[in-house]
Design a protein around this ligand. Structure first.
Ligand code: THU
Length: 130
């Protein structure tokens, strides 16, 4: 089911498995691949804070490992707040796999949808290398 709110529910359910002992900020992500397969990820923190893996990055890595090269949707849900947007690095990771739609919580219990171009305008992508 690709309903945005259902995807957010799935992302938030995944976030319960987040490993976030330092920030206490639990994030979950769901990737819907172009072929319909679904992959989830959570943030995985590290005592070396900069080595932390974001939920979106984990989900995209799972998808890529399964052979996915085109992603339709990434949904991002967090448990500690009712609105959280993907960080800049994750937006760039999404760009690599041509993400069409990003679903986030709207701060009022619903879902908000964005094109990746809205979140990462004038992006540098694979085709930029010529
Ligand atoms: N985090 C994500 O998982 N995704 C984002 O796009 C933003 C931030 C995580 C990383 C860290 O574990 C925690 O949220 C606080 O920054």
């Amino acid at each position: 089911m690709d309903d945005p709110r259902a995807l957010l529910d799935e992302a938030r359910a995944a976030a319960r498995q987040a490993y976030a002992p330092y920030s206490g900020f639990r994030v979950g992500a769901v990737v819907v691949a172009g072929d319909g397969r679904r992959f989830t990820g959570v943030n995985v923190e590290n005592a070396v804070y900069g080595a932390t893996i974001c939920a979106e990055a984990a989900a995209i890595a799972f998808a890529a490992t399964a052979g996915v090269r085109s992603i339709d949707t990434v949904a991002v849900g967090c448990l500690e707040t009712d609105e959280c947007y993907p960080c800049g690095n994750c937006r760039q990771l999404m760009r690599e796999f041509s993400v069409r739609r990003v679903v986030v919580q709207d701060g009022a219990g619903g879902a908000r949808e964005h094109d990746l171009d809205e979140l990462l305008p004038h992006a540098f992508g694979p085709e930029s290398l010529g």
